[in-house]
Design a protein around this ligand. Structure first.
Ligand SMILES: O=C(O)CCC(=O)C(=O)O
Length: 347
């Protein structure tokens, strides 16, 4: 393995020390610059060996072994404690995430969480009906609309925009969610020094999106991923039901926002409805499988510095509201026509 790594490193002279360090047992005392070079080197590995994912994986594990393990600091913050904003900010900056809890229950009250649960379920019904309308099977295919999104086919985990996307009648309740999440998240962003690009005239200039991710019963775990590469972008997740190992919490790799290849134990905090999970977009994370019999809805607010791309992958994507919507009766008629065509072809 070492000889192989040395061969890969040869074109990039700065990292040829790797083999020597490993041989003399000083493998874990790498400078930040040399670690960066090694990571850069590995990032080019895919181009060199496009079919060799397992070799790449072995190399990454090998390099991870050379790094000191990540040491997390306290991440569970009780918002009644003095200085909770600073404690939360310290965890967000160091661990890449923090959990905000109330002493009893959630920060967002259970009654509102219950209303939001109902609204997220009806919005999902509406979105699924609309996708069926344009002959997309959202259970099988990835759906890519500005307001309704799934990352991959058969994911059964749907990301819905709720401001600029929700049913008109529900706008007020989603605005309430935004207001409450923002009232807890923003002091943490301020304490973390992530407010420098706040625009005084336009208070919400940092807010990129307000939405809800619903994983359906049976939805599988996601692959580990990051949401973006730029620093300063933060997700605030508000579970609308209690999230446990059964219905699929969000799993995070602490410290990976600063060094993706550093060893650290993944965590999947269990949250009460109304608690908040704040995490850096660069943090490696995934939604876990929903093995329960009920939907797992999580409201969210995403914060990005003014001028940052944000969820740029959604730019220019078609709006689901631009697609003509047929009523149930029209849909039934359309289905009858299709069945009729099929029968005619068979006979
Ligand atoms: O569902 C979750 O807990 C996380 C979802 C997520 O990370 C995503 O869809 O990007």
């Amino acid at each position: 393995m070492r000889a192989f790594l040395a061969m890969l490193h040869r074109p990039w002279r700065k990292v040829t020390h790797l083999e020597a360090d490993a041989k003399d047992g000083a493998g874990s005392v790498h400078s930040a610059a040399s670690l960066d070079s090694e990571v850069g080197c590995l990032d080019r590995l895919k181009d060199l060996l496009p079919t060799s994912a397992s070799v790449e994986h072995s190399c990454r594990s090998f390099l991870a072994e050379l790094r000191p393990a990540f040491r997390p600091i306290a991440s569970d913050i009780y918002c009644a404690d003095t200085g909770w904003e600073e404690l939360a900010a310290a965890s967000l900056l160091h661990n890449g995430y923090c959990v905000l809890r109330a002493v009893d229950g959630g920060l967002v009250n259970p009654a509102l969480c219950k209303v939001l649960r109902g609204r997220s379920a009806s919005l999902l019904d509406e979105m699924l009906a609309r996708t069926r309308n344009c002959d997309i099977d959202a259970a099988q295919d990835a759906v890519h609309f500005r307001e309704f999104w799934s990352r991959s086919p058969e994911e059964q985990r749907y990301d819905m925009l709720v401001i600029d996307g929700a049913l008109e009648t529900d706008a007020e309740v989603w605005h309430s969610m935004f207001g409450l999440v923002d009232s807890w998240a923003r002091p943490v962003l301020l304490a973390a020094g992530l407010d420098s690009k706040f625009n005084a005239d336009k208070d919400n200039s940092r807010v990129d999106g307000v939405g809800c991710v619903v994983s359906l019963p049976g939805s599988p775990e996601q692959p580990f991923h990051v949401d973006g590469e730029e620093p300063g972008m933060v997700n605030a997740f508000l579970p609308l039901v209690r999230t446990t190992a059964t219905n699929g919490p969000t799993e995070l790799q602490p410290g990976s926002h600063l060094d993706r290849y550093r060893r650290s134990l993944c965590v999947a905090p269990e949250l009460d409805a109304g608690n908040l999970l704040l995490f850096d977009w660069r943090l490696v994370h995934r939604g876990c499988a929903n093995r329960s019999g009920a939907q797992r809805p999580v409201g969210y607010v995403t914060y990005v510095p003014a001028g940052a791309t944000g969820a740029g992958y959604k730019n220019g994507v078609m709006s689901i509201y631009d697609i003509a919507y047929k009523s149930d009766e029209q849909e039934q008629q359309h289905q009858n026509d299709l069945d009729c065509q099929e029968n005619c072809q068979q006979s």
